[in-house]
Design a protein around this ligand. Structure first.
Ligand code: 5AD
Ligand code: SF4
Length: 470
């Protein structure tokens, strides 16, 4: 790969014609924000003339967009990099180069350490500076080990190229839109404030423009995402701050958008206006992902969550009063430092009270640089494992009960892709459940009413009962 990479004058077709087609693969780990960032990195690569590679073996550029949230996620990256180094060595023998980029939260947290552990890496770029990737790739052609983990003053989002019509169409009817990034809450266990930086909200106009473009390309559902999405306070065209409830209304008003979701929320930012939006905005899905982490006030205080169990349950009550069918989901951490058996029982009690539709539970993983990693009372692995199994069994029962209760109901399902079997299509219910139905391929990308006829632990089976609408 000898062609110099330019950003400003990139005209992919002309550039591709000049050399053999180069291919890029962006592999995403971790959260929804990383999936969004990976798509934007793929957009940058496309503008640089890279076609998408289906397999890593075909790629001239490999970007790992990494997650640092738990130790296991981080360590996975180094084993991936080991395999990629072998691939790079093999390709070199065949006279071909591969450029390796580590992006995302591991890049931010570990920086130069990545190059020390794996010198085959060409570029390390953090989540706040990946818009500079074209320049960094050019830099990597003249020196090895380029690092950019700054938190630049410029607005990353305004520097990213918009997704092309083809990319939007390829990604399907559901799209993530980053509206807010970073976190000022500093929960004691969490790396996000360090890897993603301070809380920033994108302006309303830029977000609406992005959604309009997505809708014109066939997107019917947008998930507004942010590490602390309900703390959103972006400015409108008159410079006035708009809350998430206002942004949801603006997104729902975009022509073509049928459904709006948002994640992830913190209990302390769950204002009355957002709860009221669940009652008033028809396109807002009846689904609330509201992580509680623990059911013990003592543990919540030690986690610096700044909310109590009673406060959390009050939000759940108010959300259900606004929208009786709202589905709740949460994240839980078990084995946080100092968590006693009684604290853990309190978490089980809380889950039993709420009846979640679906949830995620994790063993506490000490993260370097976070206060909890230094705390006394670290819980042993065996206790963590048994608590996790017990909580997961309860959450699993709740998921199945929620799915069973769907039988006989009729939902609007947005179909996203063909199923594994011929003649089958797969979509999601308003409550995020996967729904399989018999139907023509033409319903992919459309919404149709579906009667649920059977329920499994992870999906529902339905029968389409209305014409599809686009
Ligand atoms: N250990 C275990 N789980 C964690 N999470 C965040 N940090 C940690 C950690 N150090 C979980 C929280 C959060 C979810 C995204 O990941 O439950 O809500
Ligand atoms: Fe992982 Fe959190 Fe970073 Fe997302 S924000 S990539 S979950 S560490």
């Amino acid at each position: 790969m000898t062609e110099s990479i330019t950003f400003d004058d990139a005209r992919p077709s002309a550039r591709v014609a000049r050399s053999e087609v180069r291919r890029a693969l962006v592999k995403s780990f971790g959260c929804q924000m990383n999936i969004y960032d990976s798509q934007r990195i793929a957009d940058l690569a496309a503008l640089e003339g890279y076609a998408e590679a289906a397999r890593v073996e075909d790629a001239d550029l490999v970007v790992l967009n990494t997650c640092h949230i738990r130790e296991r996620a981080s360590e996975k990256i180094f084993s991936e990099l080991g395999k990629l180094r072998e691939l790079k060595d093999e390709r070199r023998k065949a006279g071909k180069g591969v450029t390796l980029v580590v992006a995302g939260c591991v890049a931010q947290a570990e920086g130069a350490e990545i190059l020390r552990r794996q010198p085959a890496v060409d570029v390390v770029v953090g989540p706040q500076s990946y818009h500079r990737l074209p320049y960094l790739l050019r830099e990597a052609q003249v020196r090895s080990g380029v690092i950019d983990t700054e938190f630049p003053a410029e607005d990353k989002f305004s520097r990213l190229p918009p997704s092309s019509r083809e990319a939007i169409a390829r990604r399907g009817a559901v799209a993530f839109v980053a509206v807010q990034e970073g976190c000022d809450k500093f929960c004691s266990f969490c790396v996000v404030p360090y890897t993603r930086g301070a809380e920033v909200s994108r302006p309303v106009g830029a977000i609406v423009q992005e959604i309009e473009r997505l809708a014109a390309g066939g997107v019917r559902e947008v998930m507004l995402i942010g590490q602390n999405v309900n703390a959103y306070h972006g400015l409108d065209g008159d410079g006035r701050p708009v809350r998430l409830s206002g942004l949801i209304r603006a997104a729902a008003a975009v022509h073509g958008i049928r459904r709006v979701r948002y994640a992830t929320s913190h209990p302390n930012d769950m204002g009355d206006d957002l709860i009221a939006a669940h009652r008033d905005v028809e396109a807002l899905a009846p689904y609330l992902h509201l992580p509680v982490q623990s059911g013990s006030d003592r543990v919540l205080a030690s986690m610096n969550r700044r909310h109590t169990v009673a406060g959390y349950l009050d939000i759940v009550t108010r959300a259900r009063a606004a929208r009786s069918d709202i589905a709740l989901s949460s994240d839980f951490i078990v084995g946080y430092p100092g968590e006693s058996d009684a604290d853990f029982r309190a978490t089980l009690d809380l889950a039993a009270k709420v009846h979640y539709a679906s949830s995620y539970a994790f063993k506490y993983s000490p993260r370097p640089g976070t206060p909890a990693a230094e705390m006394e009372g670290q819980v042993g692995e065996a206790v963590k494992a048994s608590r996790l199994a017990e909580l997961q069994a309860l959450l699993e029962q709740q998921r199945q009960a929620f799915n069973q209760a769907s039988i006989g109901r009729r939902f609007d399902v947005l179909f996203e892709k063909p199923g594994r079997r011929d003649g089958q299509v797969i979509g999601r219910s308003p409550y995020m459940q996967s729904v399989f139905a018999e139907g023509p391929l033409a319903v992919v990308g459309a919404m149709a009413e579906v009667e649920i006829v059977a329920a499994g632990p992870y999906s529902l089976q339905g029968r389409i009962v209305s014409p599809a609408s686009y």
